[in-house]
Design a protein around this ligand. Structure first.
Ligand SMILES: [Zn+2]
Ligand SMILES: [Zn+2]
Length: 212
């Protein structure tokens, strides 16, 4: 079985302090077979990580797109989808042959989805059912049951913004992960409920204000 962390940020996201080297080292330490680089509305972090990764660590180019509702993971894309309504973003991802995954869709403490859920479910490829930064268990539970009731693939990702978070949640598959998502043949591992990433974010924000 292969294990992929399908949501990893790097320091091209203003909220992350993960250098490309940190990301590669942390992924190897976690024993992962692959990671998706999913910075906020940019692909700029991907190349540096891919260049440092050994051959046995797959690096998937991705973007965590800001939609008019929640965040959306665009995997295997070469252009940044525009910030738009979720249905339009999903179409732009598919135009490029990419996969569209709802990111922490029901985490009401962060960006989340409340409208057009049936229409979105008909178009999207999968749902992030395990996000390690979802503080309350019900946020991930609801995402999983939404995926199950609509026959959608499930993914897991740490949503790492700092090295210690990489690998806290992952997607498990018996084949390359993009193929497995298309076949609705993935499982997830790991859990939500970690608060240390959020604490690190607050601390990092405070240090930035102090210009440290
Ligand atoms: Zn962020
Ligand atoms: Zn997000």
């Amino acid at each position: 079985m292969r294990r992929y962390d399908l949501q990893v940020h790097t320091d091209v996201s203003p909220c992350s302090r993960n250098s490309p080297r940190d990301v590669v080292d942390a992924a190897l330490d976690a024993g992962l077979d692959g990671i998706a680089i999913t910075d906020h509305d940019t692909l700029d972090g991907y190349e540096a990580v891919a260049a440092l990764a050994p051959d046995d660590l797959a690096v998937i180019p991705g973007v965590e797109v800001t939609t008019t509702q929640g965040h959306l993971l665009a995997l295997n894309v070469s252009e940044v989808p525009p910030m738009a309504d979720p249905l339009a973003v999903i179409d732009r991802v598919h135009d490029q042959g990419g996969l569209a995954i709802l990111s922490h869709p029901f985490d009401s403490l962060r960006e989340h989805y409340t409208a057009d859920l049936e229409a979105i479910a008909k178009r999207v490829d999968g749902v992030e059912a395990t996000n390690s930064r979802c503080v309350l268990p019900r946020f991930n539970r609801r995402a999983r049951s939404f995926a199950e009731s609509h026959g959608l693939a499930i993914t897991g990702g740490s949503d790492a913004h700092f090295p210690m978070e990489v690998g806290r949640a992952c997607t498990i598959s018996d084949r390359p992960v993009l193929e497995a998502i298309r076949a609705r043949a993935t499982r997830t591992d790991g859990r939500g409920g970690y608060v240390s990433g959020h604490v690190a974010t607050k601390l990092s924000d405070a240090l930035s204000l102090l210009d440290v």
